[in-house]
Design a protein around this ligand. Structure first.
Ligand code: MIC
Length: 644
């Protein structure tokens, strides 16, 4: 029977279960990726497993998020991560070496492998046909310890690409078109597999852009065939030996289908404040722009930056605009510099920053009050930039550059009337420099782990009680993001290794009184609508609420990674059987879950909840393994008390 590529890679890695969508499967993981914002906690969790060394073929730790050193905290985390990486056999990418996704694509990704990353944008590795999945830090720590990764078997959505992108239109416009059609929840429970004659026209880095932002569709992963373009990219990175051809079989079936004619696409833009709020650039053209940023985790490759350099060459940034470039990696910057791009940017008035996530995660670069910021980043959730009420638009490097020149949102095809499209290709041979990567030691057992006052031990969480009484601490609507639950930004991110301190910021931008109310309630629950917990993989959005006493979340539907994180830290992920019941759960109301432990233990899929003298039904859709973890009070407790 002919198979799609996703099925082939999953089959080759299947350890448990069968490939029936929705049922739990376990897959072998080849590579793991940690970054510093999620990685300090994941590394603490790995240390708690008391193993001498990682048990995956390749583990990498990147320092790319918490780069501002406004006090000792981030610098202590960097030292901690460096020492832990050396102790446990992990590659360490130093601060300034680049964004995890771009560096992994360049230096480590190999077609057909699996990658588990503690970052939702890990599927950037789709650019070189890696089946990469974002997960909570604990799941990645378990993979580093050699455990298979458990996940609901995804459906496969086949996207047939035909045609070829017109000038001034690039990979970002393809994924914005996907978001326009399918929304931020359209990919939940699915791998998005691209195929068809149009694929060959996309470079590895355009594919990486599309894979990266598959996370914004809520997709489990995205994948491209490994073809001649993949081979060229690996050869240009001095890694041609790792290439192999991979594709779906002729006539392979998909669970869902869609088709995009690349030649019919036009420049698109996601308006504030959701990546799926997409319109043609021409619809918002003329809007005054205050800030433009190109780069960070997406659209920060050589092609993207050099395209901007060539567009800016001989032009100047408009007087009212601050134009920033955040290169995806030191390698990108070195190659752009070698080809004269740095001078083109500087002479146009662009500020060039070190390689890293920077403003994408609110680590600096926050826009001013009421300012319009145009970014090539992957997400624009409200307040994520660090500014409350921000107006962040997401677009391609072409649109960003054209808008930077005119000072208003500009369809780059208008610039095409006076400049020819640069049509930049990635280099045939990159200038290679791995000085920013420290390889693992043969034997790291003597390395002492460095720590600091802000790196505090993981809190203890009690097992699920027989019955639960709790207060509704907050009720929210649809599409609540992890940025709402556990904000990032330069004040909060340094607290990622200190749960008691970071928990004081839960729901800060939505309702600053939440932490105090949750603590006063003793046990609490959160109630919300559809697609709860979309966005980041940050497990702090589960750990910190749990620390404040949240024992259950009852919603209309969950995003994949957040749901898994809730189970990992002992929070019941419940779904309203009748969505209209949500109205009964006003803030402050007391609810009870009679006999809950026995029901979870016995495999009950329906959990009754008493509210205002009425009994309503909620659904618990988890695997048997997850039930045991919930009963234990979380995965760490479960792992400690069993062989797992
Ligand atoms: C994000 O874009 O939100 C991040 C930064 O990449 C996060 C990771 C984090 O919360 O640190 C993600 O998407 O997983």
């Amino acid at each position: 029977m002919s198979k799609n590529l996703t099925t082939k890679i999953l089959e080759a890695h299947l350890v448990d279960g069968s490939l029936v969508p929705g049922t739990e499967i376990a897959i072998r993981i080849d590579h793991t990726l940690l970054q510093d914002a999620t990685g300090t906690m994941a590394m603490l969790e790995f240390i708690a497993m008391q193993l001498p060394r990682v048990k995956v073929d390749l583990a990498a730790q990147y320092i790319d998020h918490n780069l501002l050193q406004t006090d000792y905290k981030n610098a202590d985390d960097h030292a901690f991560l460096t020492s832990a990486a050396m102790r446990f056999g992990v590659h360490l990418s130093k601060p300034g070496n680049g964004v995890s996704h771009q560096v992994h694509l360049e230096r480590f990704g190999v077609p057909g492998l699996t990658l588990l990353g503690a970052d939702s944008h890990s599927p950037t590795a789709a650019g070189v046909s890696v089946l990469a999945i974002g997960a909570g830090g604990l799941d990645v720590a378990l993979a580093m310890a050699g455990h298979p990764f458990n996940l609901p078997c995804p459906k496969v959505m086949g996207i047939k690409l035909i045609g070829k992108l017109p000038d001034w239109v690039s990979g970002k416009d393809v994924i914005l078109e996907m978001l326009r059609r399918h929304t931020v929840s359209g990919g939940v429970g699915k791998v998005i597999e691209y195929y068809g004659p149009g694929v060959a026209s996309l470079s590895a880095t355009d594919r990486a852009t599309i894979g990266n932002m598959g996370a914004e569709l809520g997709a489990t992963s995205s994948i491209f065939p490994s073809d001649e373009r993949t081979r060229q990219f690996l050869v240009s990175q001095g890694r041609g030996d790792g290439w192999r051809q991979l594709a779906a079989d002729e006539g392979a079936a998909y669970d869902e289908y869609d088709e995009i004619d690349l030649s019919a696409l036009e420049p698109l833009i996601a308006c504030p404040s959701s990546p799926d709020n997409v319109v043609p650039v021409s619809e918002v053209a003329g809007t005054k722009v205050d800030q433009v940023i190109v780069g960070s985790s997406v659209n920060s490759s050589y092609r993207d930056l050099m395209t901007v350099c060539r567009i800016m060459e001989g032009s100047r940034v408009a007087s009212g605009v601050h134009f920033h470039v955040n290169p995806g990696s030191r390698q990108v910057l070195e190659n752009v510099a070698q080809d004269g791009g740095v001078l083109m940017l500087l002479m146009a008035g662009v500020s060039i920053h070190q390689s890293g996530c920077l403003g994408c995660i609110g680590m600096g670069q926050a826009p001013g009050t009421d300012q319009v910021s145009l970014r090539t980043f992957p997400r624009n959730f409200p307040g994520r930039s660090g500014t409350k009420g921000d107006k962040v638009y997401l677009c391609s490097p072409e649109t960003a550059a054209a808008s930077g020149i005119y000072g208003v949102i500009t369809d780059p095809r208008d610039l095409g009337k006076i400049k020819s499209y640069p049509a930049v290709q990635n280099p045939e041979t990159y200038l290679l420099d791995d000085s920013g990567i420290i390889p693992p030691l043969e034997d790291g057992s003597a390395v002492e782990i460095k720590t600091g006052p802000n790196i505090v031990p993981f809190p203890d969480f009690e097992p699920l009680p027989d019955a639960l009484q709790a207060e509704v601490v907050i009720r929210l609507g649809d599409n609540v993001t992890t940025d709402h639950i556990m904000p990032a930004g330069n004040k909060v991110l340094p607290l990622r290794s200190n749960i008691p301190a970071i928990s004081e910021h839960v729901f800060e931008q939505v309702d600053a009184e939440f932490p105090a109310r949750a603590k006063a309630a003793g046990n609490g629950i959160v109630v919300a609508g559809e697609n709860y917990g979309q966005g980041s993989s940050r497990e702090h959005a589960a750990i910190a609420p749990r620390y404040l006493g949240i024992r259950a979340k009852i919603v209309k539907s969950f995003a994949r990674i957040h749901k898994a994180n809730l189970v990992n830290f002992g929070i019941l992920p419940l779904i309203f059987k009748n969505p209209a019941d949500m109205e009964l759960f006003d803030q402050g109301v007391q609810v009870s879950f009679p006999d809950v432990r026995r029901l979870v233990e016995n495999g009950a899929s329906e959990i009754p909840v008493l509210v205002n003298g009425r009994e309503i039904t909620t659904l618990l859709e988890v695997s048997d393994r997850q039930r045991q973890e919930l009963i234990a009070g979380g995965t760490l407790n479960f792992v400690k008390t069993s062989q797992h």
